[in-house]
Design a protein around this ligand. Structure first.
Ligand SMILES: [Zn+2]
Length: 386
């Protein structure tokens, strides 16, 4: 059995249509199709490849409050003014190199203010996942497949980059090839999910998938998105609002601006009260309770924020620590209806799917089709028994 598993980064169900993605549309019509839900974390890859919920793997966002383990501890002497500006690629590379020398990991400091850097570190659970992937342990789908004697290849990149390298990876009989097309995420952010640029990219990806599937003579194919992309219609300059408050960053509190949410840590009660009051005056988002986080299966831990303010769908925090330019698309909203497409097609034989599913069900579905059992995964196969 030989399979092709394709991830399209930031993919909406509407992207699968006759005009933009004719090959994927034909697969959808002939094979099994469903729309699956996902937890609004920024670590969807972990859910896909472990088959477990983000609460179990403790993965939510990449940067956590963790002054003890911060690879930027050495910057602590810099108690300068807190400023937010676009960091040049050279400075980012230099700081990343410094982080490697101090911690053994290259950590991209993006645009996190210099004086905030010593308080943030990459999430330890995320590092564990990356190690599991590299060492192909049983915690990772790749490890499970290799234990069963399948050859596994994984390719991530742009369509052009993927097509340059993929042709050397098509050989083998007992094999699963994973291809992750990454550029749709960047284009979704920059140009928006409904832009001509997105349609053009999708056309290229659909044609590339057709070529890979046919040249490799695969027996089956899965195609799905890891998260969706929402059109941004409004921006909030939270940075400016916070700087006008009568409390001082670092001295009274610290915060992290992800795009659809802001996370806070406080040094005193007064700061907490003032920030809460400020946030409650804003109509474009809400402070989320632990109960709601748990309901959405988001791990609850102080390292992720003592307080989290989440934006309403389509409203973006701008600037944030990732982007200083305004973006036209964003993901990660607390939206109950968010779905990504999941297509499964098999050359000989029909595939019938369940009605509902989640991202963590994909790995068990793949194993089910290959006749492999894994007790470690929490998801369950999306295939319907005849
Ligand atoms: Zn993104």
């Amino acid at each position: 059995m030989k399979g092709l598993v394709v991830i399209i980064d930031g993919c909406n169900p509407e992207y699968i249509n006759e005009e933009a993605t004719p090959f994927l549309y034909a697969l959808k019509e002939k094979g099994g199709y469903m729309e699956i839900s996902f937890t609004p974390t920024f670590a969807n890859r972990v859910e896909i490849f472990t088959g477990k919920s983000p609460r179990t793997t403790d993965t939510f966002v990449d940067f956590c409050y963790d002054p003890k383990r911060s690879p930027f501890k050495f910057l602590k002497f810099l108690r300068k003014k807190v400023t937010l500006k676009n960091r040049s690629p050279t400075v980012r590379k230099l700081l990343s190199l410094c982080s490697f020398l101090s911690s053994g990991f290259f950590v991209d400091p993006i645009n996190i203010p210099l004086s905030f850097l010593p308080y943030f570190s990459l999430n330890e659970s995320m590092i564990k996942f990356l190690n599991d992937e590299r060492k192909r342990t049983e915690e990772h789908l790749f490890g499970v497949l290799e234990r069963e004697g399948f050859e596994v290849d994984f390719l991530y990149g742009t369509t052009v980059g993927v097509m340059k390298r993929v042709m050397g990876m098509l050989h083998g009989e007992r094999k699963v090839l994973f291809v992750h097309f990454g550029e749709t995420d960047g284009i979704g952010h920059k140009c928006g999910p409904n832009s001509p640029e997105m349609r053009k990219t999708l056309r290229l990806i659909s044609a590339a998938i057709k070529k890979i599937f046919e040249s490799g003579k695969f027996d089956f194919i899965f195609v799905f998105g890891d998260h969706n992309m929402v059109q941004v219609h409004e921006n909030l300059n939270l940075w400016q609002g916070l700087r006008k408050l009568e409390i001082k960053p670092l001295q009274d509190y610290i915060f992290f601006l992800n795009s659809p949410m802001a996370r806070f840590w406080f040094r005193n009660e007064r700061a907490e009260e003032i920030v809460k009051e400020h946030l409650s005056s804003l109509k474009c988002g809400k402070v989320v309770t632990k109960k709601e986080l748990k309901k959405r299966e988001i791990p609850v831990h102080e390292k992720y924020g003592e307080l989290i303010f989440w934006m309403k769908k389509g409203i973006n925090i701008s600037p944030d620590f990732y982007h200083t330019q305004k973006v036209k698309g964003m993901h990660g909203y607390l939206d109950e209806d968010a779905r990504v497409p999941f297509i499964a097609f098999r050359k000989d034989g029909e595939l019938r799917m369940r009605k509902r599913g989640r991202l963590r069900d994909i790995a068990p579905t793949l194993l089910d089709l290959l006749g492999v059992r894994s007790e470690r995964m929490e998801g369950r196969s999306l295939l319907k028994r005849k």
